[in-house]
Write a protein that binds this ligand. Structure first.
Ligand SMILES: Cc1cc2nc3c(=O)[nH]c(=O)nc-3n(C[C@H](O)[C@H](O)[C@H](O)COP(=O)(O)O)c2cc1C
Ligand code: SF4
Ligand code: FES
Length: 609
């Protein structure tokens, strides 16, 4: 096997983006898979030879990532997200329907070689659930009828119709304009107009402004951005890097995708000025591999920005040099953790490093590195354009700026809404007509995951809380990545816990024992409950396992993984106990848990066989 001349030329161009050859491994594997359909031993050996690696090294890395295949697939690969928000919209039924129709099991090629159907984890399309990708193209809000048309050979493509935010959004000011991805539209809205002026400001001056703005990282932890930037060592002669985290994979979160797919130049301009502020010359945007469209859009925009002189050497005559490179991942939630992301960018398995040292001191290629979320970086030009005071005033105390809030699950208008940080409550986000507009008719609120699957669940009486880092912390939860998932009273909380635990079991990187083994144990116990074989002792064991993961893992994934089970057991234990008493789910007999309890009281809890 060899690359076609076009692919070889593309590979040679990609190789130039990195000071270390191995970094080109994931892009090379994508090119090889695109050409051959899958990664055979021969293909792996060829890629290894290009990068001075052994085939074992390449296989070891490739096998970590779910997007690489080691057997032939059908011509059309149908990937259905069955994570929570999509499952609440019927994703599991889509998979079953497609497999039944094709007469295959999941992952198997159909007899005519045309299709392979697989389940995938959250695609950051939660509002458009059930979200499907067919050979990387979106088919959001997929129905059973859509699936039938796909299986009949039709080309069916649909993107989620993101509702617009009320008022005067700033981060999303361009996202819904016609042809919003083009440089001309971006410039017509004032884009790049002040870039030259900003690049003349000293890096220290920009960092001070960012500090004053109260910008806190939007990737999950909410760490103050200016402070993080000031951790870069002053006396280290090595190159420095900015790495933009566009791995967006936390179930419930689909905000960065909106910027990547709809307003790429906003991010590029932000990268240029932020890279300058860090006294760096190189920025990598690490985009999750499943964002086929986002990667294509960003690459095209980067090429446009180079051609227009906004990237490269001596930008706009300021003497500032900045390169921005797009780097695609290959399917692994853990690559969103900043040190795992760095490992992945270096062409290795995306497993985290032990901290300290922190990336600001020892990061990419052993050099000082800042990793920031897409939305965080996109805020920087706003701070420079309108001033730190303006930015801080958009939010609440110690939580500055505009903020993107995602909401999905059982609501009327799922979407990604912009408003001032902390200026709305969780109740408003769910019920206000400006946002999600409430639950579906006849349904009652049962549970809310406020900030992505890693954040502890809240009950209906806990939603009068500001959607800020500090506000949600006061309720024992977190703002996280601001991916709210709403669950109504038709849903079993054991099902919710099982869905999310499946995700964490699937995504655990395997580096440390409590997480690797504990997620599997939790999943097996929840499945046992669902099969009707659970005991009260199993519930105690479930809790004990969460306890032996909490705070005992290499990275925060462990604590994230126990959130659904711990808060499920704390706040909805009665449902778990029902499963034990009645040997299975209450959804077999009733539409709501309360109805099921009433039936149980009358001795009618067991479904007619
Ligand atoms: C398991 C895990 C997954 C993560 N995924 C993401 C992600 O997809 N995007 C992101 O920006 N941060 C993610 N983070 C947080 C990053 O480690 C890091 O804190 C963040 O990128 C820093 O950017 P910020 O300061 O702008 O928030 C994740 C963390 C963990 C532990
Ligand atoms: S906590 Fe989980 S994801 Fe993090 S290092 Fe350990 S095994 Fe990997
Ligand atoms: S895209 Fe399906 S849950 Fe996020």
């Amino acid at each position: 096997m060899e690359f076609t001349p076009e692919r070889k030329a593309k590979f040679d161009e990609i190789l130039k983006r990195y000071p270390v050859k191995r970094s080109a491994l994931l892009p090379a594997l994508h090119l090889a898979q695109e050409q051959e359909g899958w990664l055979s031993k021969e293909t792996i050996a060829y890629v290894a030879s290009l990068l001075d690696l052994t085939p074992a090294q390449v296989h070891d890395t490739a096998s970590y990532y779910v997007m690489f295949r080691f057997q032939p697939f059908g011509e059309r690969h149908i990937e259905v997200c069955t994570n929570l928000s999509c499952a609440l919209a019927g994703a599991d039924q889509l998979v079953e329907h497609a497999c039944k129709k094709l007469g295959v099991r999941e992952g198997e090629r159909s007899a005519d070689g045309k299709f392979t159907v697989t389940r995938v984890e959250c695609l950051a399309a939660c509002g458009g659930g059930p979200a499907v990708q067919i050979n990387g193209e979106w088919l959001e809000n997929c129905t059973l009828e859509d699936m039938d048309r796909v299986l009949a050979g039709e080309h069916v493509h649909r993107k989620f119709d993101w509702p617009k935010s009320a008022g005067d959004p700033v981060l999303l000011r361009n996202a819904f304009k016609p042809n919003s991805t083009s440089i001309d539209v971006y410039k017509a809205g004032g884009g790049y107009a002040k870039l030259g002026e900003w690049l003349k400001r000293s890096p220290d001056d920009i960092i001070e402004e960012v500090k004053k703005s109260n910008l806190r990282g939007r990737g999950g932890a909410g760490f103050p951005t200016g402070l993080k930037w000031s951790f870069l060592p002053k006396d280290n002669p090595k190159p420095r890097y900015l790495v933009v985290n566009a791995d967006e994979s936390e179930p419930g979160t689909y905000k960065d995708r909106l910027i990547l797919e709809n307003d790429p130049h906003q991010l590029i301009e932000a990268c240029v000025v932020s890279t300058h502020a860090l006294r760096s010359k190189t920025c990598y945007i690490y985009i999750r591999g499943e964002f086929w469209e986002g990667i294509r859009t960003m690459e095209k925009a980067v090429a446009e920005a180079y051609a227009a002189g906004y990237l490269g050497k001596n930008i706009l005559g300021t003497g500032v040099d900045v390169d921005v490179f797009v780097h695609g991942g290959a399917g692994a939630y853990e690559c969103g953790e900043e040190t795992a992301l760095i490992e992945s960018l270096e062409g290795k398995r995306g497993q985290p490093r032990i901290k300290p040292p922190f990336p600001a001191v020892v990061g990419l290629y052993g050099c000082p590195t800042i990793v920031n979320n897409v939305e965080t970086i996109a805020c920087v030009p706003l701070i420079l354009d309108r001033g730190a005071e303006w930015f801080a005033a958009q939010g609440v105390e110690k939580n500055g700026g505009p903020k993107l809030y995602c909401i999905s699950g059982h609501v009327k208008r799922p979407g990604t809404y912009e408003t001032g940080m902390g200026k709305l409550s969780l109740r408003e986000l769910i019920f206000d007509e400006k946002y999600a507009g409430g639950l579906l008719p006849g349904r009652r609120l049962k549970a809310v995951i406020p900030g992505g699957s890693s954040t502890p669940m809240l009950t209906p009486d806990e939603i009068d809380v500001p959607m800020s880092f500090d506000g949600l912390a006061q309720k024992g939860s977190m703002l996280g990545s601001a991916g709210t998932i709403v669950v109504d009273d038709s849903t079993s909380m054991v099902f919710v816990a099982r869905k999310l635990t499946y995700f964490y079991k699937h995504e655990s990187c395997g580096k440390c024992t409590p997480c690797r083994e504990g997620t599997g144990w939790m999943l097996r116990l929840l499945e046992k409950l669902e099969r009707g074989e659970g005991t009260m002792k199993d519930l105690d064991l479930l809790w004990k396992i969460t306890d032996s993961i909490a705070g005992k893992t290499v990275c925060p994934f462990g604590d994230a993984a126990i959130a659904p089970v711990q808060s499920g057991l704390q706040k909805f234990r009665a449902e778990f106990e029902y499963y034990v008493r009645n040997k299975g789910s209450w959804t077999r007999v009733a539409k709501t848990f309360e109805e099921a309890l009433a039936l149980e009281a009358r001795g009618q809890a067991v479904p007619a066989s």
